[in-house]
Design a protein around this ligand. Structure first.
Ligand code: AMP
Length: 308
């Protein structure tokens, strides 16, 4: 089985949407990526850090999905990363109210020995130096290195981000951030500029408007599944990335054609994530639900057109 190494935050999140407000619940990019990737046949491990305030029951949720947590450091007396966000009425935009890095601030990631030869590395949204440290610990060049990032790191650690971006194959980024990164409004131009920065493949996430994959002159687009109710978009981007990385790890094929399927799998899983607060929907998600929604996805985008 293919091996997937995931690096990402494990967190307490507090979320407010027009539909309600949570207390501190399980969150973090690494958590969402892991839950999505666990839908595939693979060996996955998460490298992360938490404080000893992080409940064992949260660890067990991931362990029960067969995710290796030997790379998750628990800092005695430390506090777990905390993020608080509030969504606007349209749910497409949100304000970050609080980011407390806590134990993430001086995290020194250690890749478990079993995963230094992972096939695919998914670098979740974190300080680019942490992402770089993980790449440097790999015994051999992984088949594929995927990186996710956000405006928080672009604003505070631009040079470090540019250094790590040179070493990766695929970047996943949202539309606003792609524009910020390149000062280009056109996403086609932005993707071309990002490819010049390093990654040969650029995935631009557009929330409820789907996702685009760029590679040289090739472009692929997948819509997001139109849902009756979107409850909480938190983690949708990470779930997408986890599905994308998970599919490619299971299939072992990292061609552009295979990445198209990976985009569909990522979008499919993200459509579940947004149906409940936080990780709730992903924790209990069943394979048959995933499979039947994939059929819906295919039907949504398939058409016969006669070309003369
Ligand atoms: P998404 O909605 O996919 O952008 O991801 C939301 C998740 O990212 C939340 O569960 C947060 O805990 C986590 N997160 C937010 N900001 C950061 C950050 N600066 N570093 C690491 N993780 C973060």
């Amino acid at each position: 089985m293919g091996k997937l190494l995931i690096v990402g935050s494990m967190a307490f999140d507090a979320i407010e949407t027009p539909f309600g407000k949570t207390g501190r619940i399980l969150g973090g990019a690494g958590t969402f990526i892991g839950l999505a990737a666990s839908q595939f046949k693979l060996d996955a491990a998460i490298v992360s850090v938490v404080g000893d305030d992080f409940p064992q029951s949260y660890m067990d949720i991931l362990k029960n999905k067969n995710i290796d947590l030997t790379g998750v450091e628990v800092v005695k007396g430390g506090k777990t990363f905390f993020w608080e966000g509030k969504y606007h009425n349209d749910l497409n935009s949100r304000d970050t109210l609080v980011t407390e890095l806590n134990t993430l601030a001086d995290f020194n990631p250690i890749v478990p020995a079993d995963f230094t030869s992972a096939d695919v590395v998914m670098l979740g949204n974190l300080h680019p130096n942490i992402q770089m440290s993980v790449i440097n610990q790999m015994e051999e060049r992984p088949k594929l290195i995927i990186l996710d990032t956000m405006n928080f790191w672009m604003n505070s650690t631009w040079d470090e981000l540019m250094a790590v971006i040179k070493k990766i194959d695929v970047i996943t980024i949202n539309d606003e951030e792609a524009r910020q990164m390149t000062s280009e409004y056109s996403l086609v131009k932005a993707a071309a500029k990002i490819q010049e920065m390093g990654p040969k493949y650029v995935v631009i996430k557009k929330g409820e408007h789907g996702a685009l994959l760029f590679h040289k002159e090739n472009i692929f687009f997948a819509p997001a599944l139109p849902l009756e109710e979107v409850f909480d978009p938190t983690g949708a981007g990470d779930t997408f990335a986890g599905g994308f990385a998970g599919y490619l790890t299971e299939s072992g094929n990292i061609s552009f054609e295979s990445m198209k399927n990976a985009i569909i799998h990522g979008s499919n899983l993200a459509s579940f994530c947004v149906e409940r607060f936080g990780t709730e929907r992903m924790i209990n998600l069943q394979k048959h639900e995933v499979d039947s929604r994939l059929v819906q996805f295919r039907d949504l985008t398939q058409f016969n057109i006669e070309l003369t």
